[in-house]
Ligand binder design. Structure first.
Ligand SMILES: Cc1ncc(C[n+]2csc(CCOP(=O)(O)OP(=O)(O)O)c2C)c(N)n1
Ligand SMILES: [Mg+2]
Length: 220
């Protein structure tokens, strides 16, 4: 969960909405140093009621930063249904509070996501400031392995499996002749092998020493 890869400028935290501040900070750093680049923070629909989320959105807008916040609305935050935690159905409407563009997009359609992301990235690159995107999808699995999902109305998700974007995209790539069955199977195999190798690496690596918690915190 606390994964980090400086080679691709990626960081992740187990604390909800925690990534907003560092992402806005990264955008500010780029702007101050005159460097290209767009910072993107991904959060769940359950994260948008955290105080830090609003503070980060506000500063990104006030400072006109190359920043995009992507909200993945999967209808659930662990066992809390969206409508019981937010009075707003369309989180993209919240963009008005910061004077920036906001868009709610069909989150199970990679082409729609590509298009909306492209617009927001072009805007950020042109120095026109941040955008808010909400991708509407649905959480088909439990929140964690072994989640009995007793909080979810029975049958709620049954009809939603047909919207699962991964098999849908696979079928579309085949239908459009973009890739063959063999090519897709090979890509799936390579992806599974990369995940297996990462798990093996993690399992076989030594635990960090306790004193390592005090190092590299403020490293450049
Ligand atoms: C500040 C904070 N409060 C509570 C939690 C416990 N927690 C872990 S996941 C989660 C729900 C997140 O829901 P959402 O933002 O919709 O993301 P999703 O898991 O659906 O992608 C909560 C409350 C946490 N990690 N951090
Ligand atoms: Mg959620």
């Amino acid at each position: 969960m606390h994964i980090f890869d400086p080679d691709v400028n990626f960081a992740c935290s187990g604390i909800i909405a925690q990534g907003m501040g560092p992402a806005v900070g990264a955008a500010l750093s780029r702007k101050m140093r005159g460097l290209p680049g767009v910072a993107v923070a991904f959060v769940g629909e359950g994260a948008v009621n955290q105080g830090g989320w609003h503070e980060a959105m506000n500063l990104a807008a006030v400072w006109n930063l190359p920043f995009i916040c992507v909200i993945e609305d999967n209808a659930w935050g662990i066992s809390v249904a969206k409508e019981t935690s937010s009075a707003v159905t369309n989180n993209a409407d919240r963009a008005a509070a910061y004077g920036i563009p906001g868009k709610r997009v069909e989150g199970n359609d990679p082409y729609a996501i590509y298009e909306a992301a492209g617009e927001a990235i072009a805007r950020a690159r042109a120095g026109e400031g941040p955008s808010l995107l909400e991708f509407e999808t649905y959480r088909l699995a439990g929140h964690f392995m072994g989640d009995a999902e007793g909080y979810r109305p029975k049958g709620e998700k049954d009809a939603l499996f047909e919207k699962d974007p991964i098999p849908k995209m696979r079928a579309r790539l085949l239908a459009d002749g973009v890739a063959s069955e063999d090519e897709l199977t090979a890509i799936e195999g390579e992806s599974a092998a990369r995940v297996d190798a990462a798990i093996t690496f993690a399992r076989e690596s030594a635990d960090p020493a306790p004193e390592d918690a005090l190092t590299r915190i403020f490293a450049a």
